[in-house]
Ligand binder design. Structure first.
Ligand code: DGJ
Length: 707
C-alpha cells in the first residue's frame, strides 16, 4: 500500500492513462496518446471551481471512476444502492491505492453508509485495459445493489461518433454509426444472454475517425447476461461512458461482508482508426482470453446440422464422414439430434445419453469411423436447457426458472434450467463429464437456444446475474477436468459472443446464417472485436437455408476461408465441380491459415456493395487481400483496391489464390506478373477485374527479395 499521490499513471508504447485523485476520488483525467512527461501533464489540470459555474456546485472537471449524484455528477451514477431502512446516499472517499507493475487498485470507503469500493485497472501487453469494480457491504444490515458499473470514464469533448453492433437472429453484428449531440445513447440488454440484438460494445471516434486513421476509443463489457452501456453528452460538455451489468429489482442483495464483483470492462485507445483498435482487441483475445488453448492451426470442421438436422442415421453419417475426409475436413462435429428421443426440437433436452434407436451401440462406432478417417470428433450439447418432454423434466419439474405466479413460457419448446442451484450444476457437470470421459471427444459445441425473459429463481428473486456466474463456474470446472476439449460458444448463432464467455470457450459461432453474402457483413461486424481465430465460418448448402438465395461454391468457400473454416452442407448433394472447388478451397485455407489466424487484420474502406479485408503477417513477409462484390450497385469500371499496412519501400510478388481456376487468372496474372512496390499498392492499389455480383477474389502478396 502506498500513501496517496495526486496522480497515478499507467502507460504503454501506445497509450497513457493518468488518474487524478486530488478530489478524494480516482478519475481518469487523461487517456490517449502516450505522454512522456506526465508530471507536466498533471500540472495542466485546473479545478473547475475557478471557472465559476452558474447555478451548479463546484463539480470536478474529471469524471471519477464511480461517480455519484451527491458529488454533483448529473449523469448516470456509477453506483446506486439502498438499505431496507431506505438510506441510500453513499459517497465513497479514496483511502488507498495499490500500485502493481501495470495495474492500479483504488480502494474507497463510505463509513456513513458502511460500504467499501475497489476499482481495479490493468493495462496489459495487448494494449487493452481491464477495469473491474468490487463493492463490499461493511455494515450490519443487508445492502441492495441497484447498479454498480464496472467503470465510468470521461472522453475528450469531440468524441461523439459511436460505432455499435446490432442485429437479429441470422443477421448479427451489423455496424451502426450514431452521432450524439447533447443527450444519451444507451445499449440495454435484458435477454439473459449476450443477445443477437446489441453487442456490449461501443467504439467512439470523432468526425475524422475512419478504419485506418484517427483516434478512437473502444469499450466492451465481457458479460454474457444483462447489461447497460451508456454514452452521455452532458450539459457541461463532458462525455461520460459507463459500462456495467443491468440488475433487475432485488437481484443483488449483499449480506454483511458479502462482495459484489462487476463484470470486466475492456477498454482500448488507438490512433490508427478502428482497425488499430480491433487489432488490440484481437491480440487480447488471442494472447489472454483463449491464449492457453489456442492452436492457430485451426482444423477444418464438418458439421452435420444443415446436412441432416434431426435425421441421424449411422450409414448416412458414415457416408458424410467419408466425403468430409475426402475433401479435407479435419474435425467431424455431430450436431443436434443424437441424444435420447430427440426427433425434433420439441423433446429430450436434458437427457444427455445417445439415442438407443439411432445409436444402438452408443457414439463409439461413429467416433471410431471418424478417427479412422483421420478426423477428430466433436459433439453438440445444450446443457442449460430442458424440454418439458424429457426424462429430466419429468423427474425434476422444479429445476427450471419460472415466474412465481404463472407457468414458465416456452421458447423453441424449451425451458431454462436454474443452473445456479447446486443440484442442477451437479447434474450438468456429471452429464457432460460422462460424455467426455466415456467417449473420445475433442470438441464441444455448447449451444443455448432461447432468451431468458422469466428469470425467477427458487427464492423468488431475479436470477440472471447468478445464472451467468454459475454458467462460467460450470464451464471453468469442465475445462479444468477436461483441459484438452475445445469449446465453442453458440446461442442460436451469435447470441453469446463476448469476452466474458471467451474466458471459458475457444470459438464462437457468429450466426445461423450460412448465406455467404450476409456472412461477409456479419463477419466484418464481428471483426471489430474478435479475431478470425475464434470465428467459425462454414460453407453452407448451394441454396441457403435461411435466405433461399443460391450462391456459387466459389463464393461460399471463398468467404468461409476468411474465418475458422468448416463445411455445413450435404456433401452427397454436391456435383463434381462443386466438390473439386471445395477441395481446392480447403487446401488453400490450410496453406494460408497460419497467416489468417495470426496476422494483423484490416477492414478495407469500400462501398456498401462491396466487402474487403486484409491480413498482414506479423513479420511483414506475407499479406492476404480479399475483395467481394455483393451486388450490382457499382459503376462500369471496377475499382482499384488500395491496400494498407505495407512497407512502402518493399516490393511484393502478388498472386491470385482464390478462385483457383477461372477466367480472371490471365487478366490478373498479366497485371501482377512482376513485383509491385508497397507504396504503389497502397497509393494506386491493385486493379481488379470486372466481377459479377456474388463473386470473391483473394490475392496473396509475398515480400520479394530486393533486386
Ligand atoms: C442453433 C445453432 O446455431 C445451430 O448451428 C444448430 O446447432 C442448432 N442450434 C441445433 O439445434
Amino acid at each position: 500500500m502506498s500513501s496517496l499521490s495526486p496522480f497515478y499513471t499507467l502507460t504503454s508504447l501506445k497509450q497513457t492513462l493518468l488518474f487524478d485523485t486530488r478530489k478524494g476520488k480516482p478519475a481518469l483525467a487523461y487517456w490517449g496518446e502516450p505522454i512522456i512527461d506526465v508530471n507536466s501533464l498533471g500540472n495542466q489540470f485546473r479545478d473547475a471551481e475557478h471557472i465559476g459555474l452558474p447555478a451548479l456546485p463546484a463539480v470536478p472537471r474529471s469524471i471519477c471512476l464511480t461517480p455519484v449524484l451527491s458529488e454533483g455528477f448529473f449523469g448516470s451514477p456509477g453506483l446506486q444502492v439502498h438499505r431496507f431502512d431506505c438510506s441510500w446516499d453513499t459517497n465513497p472517499t479514496l483511502i488507498e491505492v495499490i500500485e502493481g507493475p501495470s495495474s492500479l487498485e483504488f480502494g474507497s470507503r463510505c463509513d456513513a453508509h458502511g460500504i467499501e469500493l475497489h476499482q481495479r485497472v490493468h493495462l496489459n501487453d495487448a494494449d487493452v485495459i481491464e477495469f473491474q469494480t468490487s463493492l463490499i457491504n461493511r455494515a450490519a444490515s443487508s445492502l441492495c445493489v441497484d447498479s454498480c458499473s464496472a467503470i465510468t470514464v470521461g472522453l475528450p469533448y469531440d468524441f461523439n461518433s459511436i460505432l455499435s453492433l446490432h442485429g437479429r437472429w441470422g443477421l448479427e453484428f451489423q455496424p451502426q454509426r450514431t452521432v450524439v449531440g447533447q443527450g444519451t445513447f444507451v445499449i440495454e440488454n435484458r435477454t439473459g444472454r449476450t443477445s443477437h440484438d446489441s453487442s456490449p460494445t461501443m467504439l467512439i471516434g470523432d468526425s475524422n475517425s475512419s478504419q485506418n486513421a484517427g483516434q478512437v476509443y473502444g469499450f466492451h463489457l465481457g458479460w454474457s447476461g444483462n447489461y447497460q452501456l451508456r454514452y452521455e453528452a452532458l450539459a457541461t460538455g463532458q462525455k461520460a461512458v459507463q459500462l456495467g451489468e443491468l440488475l433487475l429489482p432485488g437481484e443483488v442483495i449483499l449480506e454483511p461482508h458479502e462482495t459484489y464483483v462487476s463484470p470486466i470492462a475492456y477498454l482500448s485507445f488507438s490512433n490508427a482508426g478502428f482497425n488499430g483498435l480491433s487489432q488490440h482487441f484481437h491480440a487480447h483475445v488471442n494472447a489472454v482470453l483463449v491464449g492457453g488453448s489456442s492452436n492457430l492451426n485451426k482444423p477444418v470442421h464438418f458439421n452435420t446440422w444443415e446436412a441432416l438436422y434431426f435425421s441421424h442415421d449411422l450409414s448416412r453419417l458414415f457416408t458424410l464422414a467419408e466425403r468430409a475426409a475426402a475433401v479435407g475436413a479435419e474435425r467431424f462435429v455431430l450436431d443436434d439430434g443424437w441424444f435420447k428421443g430427440r426427433k425434433s426440437d420439441q423433446s429430450s433436452l436434458g437427457d444427455w445419453t445417445p439415442d438407443p434407436v439411432k445409436y444402438p451401440d452408443g457414439l463409439k462406432p461413429l467416433i471410431d469411423k471418424v478417427e479412422a478417417l483421420g478426423m477428430e470428433f466433436g459433439l453438440w450439447v445444450e446443457p442449460e436447457m430442458v424440454n418439458p418432454d424429457s426424462d429430466l423434466y419429468r423427474a425434476h419439474p422444479d429445476w427450471v426458472l419460472r415466474p412465481s405466479s404463472e407457468d414458465a413460457a416456452l421458447a423453441r419448446h424449451q425451458l431454462v434450467l436454474d443452473i445456479a442451484r447446486a443440484e442442477v450444476q451437479e447434474y450438468l457437470f456429471q452429464s457432460v463429464s460422462d460424455l467426455l470421459s466415456q467417449n473420445r471427444i475433442a470438441y464441444l459445441k455448447w449451444d443455448m437456444n432461447r432468451v431468458i425473459h422469466q428469470p425467477t429463481g427458487q427464492d423468488g428473486r431475479p436470477s440472471v446475474s447468478r445464472y451467468v456466474r454459475s454458467l462460467y463456474a460450470l464451464l471453468a470446472k469442465l475445462r479444468k477436468a477436461f483441459p484438452h476439449v475445445v469449446i465453442e460458444s453458440c446461442a442460436s448463432g451469435g447470441g453469446r459472443a463476448d469476452f466474458g464467455i471467451l474466458r471459458y470457450t475457444d470459438r464462437i459461432w457468429p450466426s445461423d446464417s450460412n448465406d455467404a453474402l450476409d456472412r461477409l457483413r456479419i463477419q466484418q461486424g464481428f471483426s471489430y472485436l474478435f479475431p478470425v481465430s475464434v470465428m467459425g465460418s462454414h460453407v453452407g448448402p448451394r441454396k441457403c437455408h435461411l435466405t433461399g438465395r443460391e450462391l456459387s461454391m466459389q463464393l461460399r468457400a471463398g468467404v468461409a476461408m476468411l474465418g475458422h473454416m468448416g463445411i455445413e452442407c450435404d456433401l452427397t448433394q454436391l456435383n463434381d465441380d462443386e466438390l473439386d472447388t471445395l477441395k481446392s478451397a480447403l487446401a488453400t485455407y490450410k496453406h494460408w491459415r497460419w497467416l489468417t489466424m495470426s496476422g494483423d487484420f484490416f477492414r478495407l474502406e469500400v462501398d456498401d456493395s462491396e466487402s474487403a479485408c486484409q491480413f498482414v503477417a506479423q513479420d511483414g513477409s506475407a499479406v492476404l487481400v480479399s475483395y467481394a462484390l455483393l451486388d450490382s450497385r457499382r459503376p462500369i469500371l471496377p475499382r482499384r483496391l488500395k491496400l494498407v499496412g505495407l512497407e512502402a519501400a518493399q516490393a511484393y510478388q502478388v498472386e491470385l489464390i482464390w478462385p483457383v481456376k477461372n477466367k480472371f487468372h490471365d487478366f490478373c496474372q498479366e497485371i501482377i506478373s512482376t513485383p509491385v512496390m508497397g507504396e504503389v499498392l497502397m497509393q494506386w492499389g491493385i486493379e481488379l477485374p470486372r466481377l459479377l455480383p456474388g463473386s470473391i477474389i483473394t490475392f496473396a502478396l509475398r515480400a520479394a527479395p530486393s533486386r
